[in-house]
Design a protein around this ligand. Structure first.
Ligand code: 5GP
Length: 117
């Protein structure tokens, strides 16, 4: 994707605390913060501090980090949405990705529907 070429995104500035975000969790390798345009009563993003532009460009050497993100999403989801939640990763143009720094959407605080569209 052409969008992948830039060295950093708005999320890098959030990681560096150069622009404000409502941070709900942080550790050595990832950061979670509320989405600025929430699509559910609870809607936060979980991102790796090291930029991967999208899931499909991740490397096998990213597998431990990806596992940590998934595990952390489960823990945070359980904490903030004990009745259930949804994880979404938008990937690439047709996946509706707009920010090319890998992020997991965690959505909850409501009854989700299925199929999603
Ligand atoms: P995508 O479509 O790439 O999966 O989702 C990007 C998400 O990032 C969107 O839900 C959008 O609302 C959110 N977002 C974009 N810019 C900012 C920002 O500056 N701060 C925060 N907190 N969220 C942002």
């Amino acid at each position: 994707y052409a969008e992948n070429n830039s060295a950093e995104t708005i999320f890098t500035k959030i990681i560096r605390k150069e622009i404000p975000a409502k941070i709900i969790y942080e550790d050595d390798v990832c950061l979670a913060f509320n989405d600025v345009n929430p699509q559910a009563p609870v809607h936060f993003l979980l991102i790796p501090k090291t930029r991967i532009d999208c899931l499909s460009s991740s490397k096998e050497t990213d597998a431990q980090l990806l596992g940590h993100l998934m595990y952390t999403a489960g823990q945070l989801g359980n904490s903030l949405c004990p009745k259930g939640f949804r994880l979404v990763i938008n990937n690439g143009q047709e996946g509706c990705q707009s920010v090319y720094h890998l992020h997991l959407h965690i959505l909850g605080g409501m009854q989700c529907g299925w199929p999603p569209v």
